[in-house]
Design a protein around this ligand. Structure first.
Ligand code: AMP
Ligand code: GLY
Length: 423
C-alpha cells in the first residue's frame, strides 16, 4: 500500500514513522512535510488546503490512501476531492469536519446525541454575550465559533477581557457567532477514536500541556508536551467515554447524513461532577499523537485503511506496548507570540541516539547552515520508558543535547503524574 500524508508538523512525522513500520505499507509520500519528514520520505511543496491540488497529487503518485493531518485541509474539503477520484482517504468530509470547524455545530450535535458538555449559549450580538456572561459568572469562557488556530478561546475572570474577545470575534463577519459557556474545572484528557462512520475504536488516553510555561503559566499554545497513557485515569474511562460520547456522536453524525469517518478527538474535562466534553477535533492531536503512537504496536496503515474503507469492524483488537511515552516540545524564541525563525539546530544526531528516543520535527527546514527553525513549535522529543519517570528521564536527556539559540521548553511535562506513580 502506498500512502500520501498531508501536513507539516511533528504529528505528521510521527504518523509517517508509524506507517513506515507497517509491513503492508510499501511507500510513503508527504506534502508539504518538513526537514525531518524529508529525511525519511519524498516531500512535495504544494498548497495542501486546495482540494484539487491534493487530489491530483494523490492520483499522480498512484497512492492507495491519503492521510490528512491538520484541520485546514479537512474543513476545505480535501477528503471529499480525494474520494471523488476513487482514492481512500483517512479524514472526514468537509461536512463532518464541521464538528471541529464550528463550535456551535458541535454543541448542536452533542445536544442531539445526549453527550455531557458545558452549558453554552451561541451569541450573535454583544448584548447576548453580556447576558450569557452574567448567567454563568466568572471565570468566563468565550469561544470563536470558527477555526482560529488555537487562538479562539479566552478563559478569564476579567469580564471586560471576555467582552473584548467576543467583540473581536463578532467583528470578523456579518454572520459571526461566539459561544459563551460554563467554566469546567478538573484535569483535561485527550481521547482519540478511529472510526469508519459506524464502528468506533478508541486509542489510549493522553494529556496535553497547553500553557507555554511550567506550572501552567502564560498563554495557551498549540501544546508544549504530552504523555500517555494516564496512570491516574479511572480503569473504565475509555469504555465510558466510548459509550457516552464517541459512539453517540458517530451515530448522530451518520443519522444526519454526514457520517464522520477518520479520527474523532474528544477533549474532556474531568470535573467533580463527572467528565464533560470541552471540544471535538476532527483529526489527530498534536503533540498527543506522538505519545499515543509511540505505544501502539498494531500496524497503523492497516488500521487507518480499514477506517477509510468502512471495514473497521474487521480489525483485530489493538495491541499496546507496556509502559509510557512522554513528549517534550522545543519551541522557538518568542513562541507563541512571535516565534523567531532561522536559528540553526545542533545536537539532533546525538539526541536521536538516546535509548527509547524518537525526535519528531515540526517547524524545521533545511538551510545551507544545516537544519534550522522555521516555525513556533520546532521539535517534539519523544521517549518511551517502563515507568513515566523513566520516559521523562529519557526525553529530557535528549532535550538537553539539543541546542537552538533562545529556544524554550517546559520542564514539568508529566512531572506530577510521575511523582504520584512513584509515590
Ligand atoms: P478549545 O479550543 O475548545 O479546546 O479550548 C482551548 C482550551 O481552553 C482548552 O483546552 C481548555 O484548557 C480551555 N477551555 C475551553 N473551554 C473551557 C471551559 N468550558 N472551561 C474551562 N476551560 C476551557
Ligand atoms: N493538542 C491540541 C490539539 O491538537 O488541538
Amino acid at each position: 500500500m502506498k500512502v500520501l500524508v498531508i501536513g507539516s508538523g511533528a504529528r505528521e512525522h510521527a504518523l509517517i514513522t508509524a506507517l513506515l513500520a507497517d509491513d503492508t505499507v510499501t511507500e510513503v509520500f508527504a506534502a508539504p512535510g518538513n526537514a525531518g519528514i524529508a529525511s525519511v520520505v519524498p516531500t512535495y511543496a504544494v498548497s495542501v488546503d486546495d482540494p484539487g491540488v491534493v487530489a491530483v497529487l494523490a492520483a499522480d503518485l498512484g497512492v492507495d490512501m491519503v492521510v490528512i493531518g491538520p484541520e485546514g485541509p479537512l474543513v476545505a474539503g480535501v477528503a471529499d476531492a480525494v474520494q471523488e477520484r476513487g482514492i481512500a482517504c483517512f479524514g472526514p468530509s468537509a461536512a463532518a469536519a464541521q464538528l471541529e470547524g464550528s463550535k456551535a455545530f458541535a454543541k448542536r450535535v452533542m445536544a442531539e446525541a445526549g453527550v455531557p458538555t458545558a452549558m453554552a449559549h451561541v451569541c450573535t450580538s454583544l448584548d447576548e454575550v453580556g447576558a450569557a456572561l452574567d448567567q454563568f459568572g466568572a471565570p468566563y469562557v468565550v469561544k470563536d465559533d470558527g477555526l482560529a488556530a488555537g487562538k479562539g478561546v479566552v478563559v478569564t475572570s476579567d469580564r471586560a477581557e471576555a467582552l473584548a474577545h467576543a467583540r473581536t470575534c463578532l467583528a470578523r463577519s456579518n454572520d459571526a457567532q461566539v459561544v459563551v459557556e460554563e467554566y469546567l474545572d478538573g484535569e483535561e484528557v485527550s481521547l482519540f477514536a478511529i472510526t469508519d462512520g459506524t464502528t468506533v475504536v478508541a486509542l489510549q488516553p493522553a494529556q496535553d500541556f497547553k500553557r507555554v510555561g511550567d506550572d501552567d503559566a502564560g498563554p495557551n499554545t498549540g501544546g508544549m508536551g504530552a504523555y500517555s497513557p494516564l496512570p491516574w485515569a479511572p480503569a473504565n474511562l475509555v469504555a465510558d467515554v466510548t459509550e457516552r460520547v464517541l459512539q453517540p456522536m458517530v451515530d448522530a453524525m451518520r443519522r444526519r447524513g454526514t457520517p464522520f469517518a477518520g479520527l474523532l478527538y474528544a477533549g474532556l474535562a474531568m470535573t467533580s461532577r463527572g467528565f464533560r466534553v470541552i471540544e471535538f477535533n476532527a483529526r489527530f492531536g498534536d503533540p498527543e499523537t506522538q505519545v499515543v503512537l509511540a505505544n501502539l504496536r498494531s500496524p497503523l496503515g492497516q488500521l487507518l485503511y480499514a477506517a477509510a474503507t468502512g471495514r473497521l469492524a474487521d480489525v483485530p483488537a489493538l495491541v499496546w506496548q507496556s509502559g509510557y511515552a512522554v513528549t517534550v516540545v522545543i519551541a522557538a524564541q518568542g513562541y507563541p507570540e512571535s516565534p523567531r525563525r532561522g536559528g540553526v539546530i545542533t545536537g539532533l544526531k546525538q539526541a536521536a541516539e538516546c535509548v527509547g528516543v524518537e525526535i519528531f520535527h515540526a517547524g524545521t527546514s533545511i538551510t545551507d547552515d544545516g537544519i534550522a527553525a522555521s516555525g513556533g513549535r520546532v521539535l517534539s522529543v519523544t521517549a518511551h520508558g517502563e515507568t513515566l519517570a523513566h520516559a521523562r528521564e529519557h526525553a529530557y536527556a535528549a532535550v538537553d543535547l539539543i541546542t537552538l539559540e533562545g529556544s524554550h521548553h517546559r520542564s514539568d511535562i508529566a512531572k506530577r503524574a510521575a511523582q504520584e506513580m512513584e509515590g
